[in-house]
Design a protein around this ligand. Structure first.
Ligand code: 3PG
Length: 208
């Protein structure tokens, strides 16, 4: 199963509180060297922000995150999200994604959830919350029974540990809020965000 996220190994995960932050954020990510963004549906400004970015910054691949129910899933599709991420998985979301052939990254935190996702034809999952679940140790253990499964690790990932995750052969990507935190966006500190993005991109390119 291919995904628009293929080849994107660092995914900023953001909670946009103000719609006016959407475009500066999108432009900052691009100028820092990242062309993918997950906007979580945790704020009132999320839907309008995603729409604005899709319309004004088409170079950025934007998806929705924290999608927990069918309503949020369908709304994400309606506004043109290129991918949809959930912290977990339910039969109804898996069904919906499969039927509509939507690029969907379901979340898992156990072997049983991976098995349910596999039953629906998925073989890539968000491993969340990665650090709290044992991080790399757990990912290494999951490799035994689930050798063909790839993970996007999120939750507790930052500049200090993301390369360790990416060096695991069952990890295709990492996601996190460390580059564009809510605090930095509230302070309109786009320079700092750009610096953190560039730092992550440069560390990653040195390691490959
Ligand atoms: C999430 O979906 O909440 C992401 O995993 C972000 O987690 P973080 O804030 O720990 O990076």
């Amino acid at each position: 199963m291919t995904s628009i996220l293929d080849g994107h190994s660092i995914i900023p995960v953001v909670a946009i509180e103000k719609v006016e932050h959407a475009i500066p954020l999108a432009e900052t990510l691009l100028s820092g060297g990242i062309s993918v963004l997950e906007v979580t549906l945790r704020t009132d400004a999320a839907i309008e922000s995603i729409t604005k970015i899709i319309n004004s910054v088409p170079e950025l691949i934007v998806g929705s995150g924290t999608v927990c129910n069918e309503k949020q899933f369908k709304l994400s599709q309606d506004i043109g999200c290129k991918f949809i991420v959930s912290p977990g998985l339910t039969p109804s979301l898996l069904d919906l994604a499969r039927e509509s052939q939507q690029d969907f990254l379901p979340g898992i935190s156990s072997a049983s959830e991976i098995m349910l996702g596999l039953e629906y034809g998925f073989n890539r999952f968000k491993f969340f919350p990665a650090e709290a679940l044992g991080g790399i140790t757990t990912l290494k253990s999951l490799k035994g029974p689930f050798g063909n499964v790839k993970f996007c690790a999120t939750g507790g990932i930052g500049a200090h540990n993301f390369l360790n995750y990416l060096s695991q052969d069952n990890v295709s990507a990492v996601g996190g809020s460390w580059m564009a935190s809510s605090e930095l966006m509230a302070a309109n500190d786009w320079l700092k965000i750009e610096e953190l993005v560039k730092h992550a991109v440069s560390l990653q390119s040195i390691s490959v």
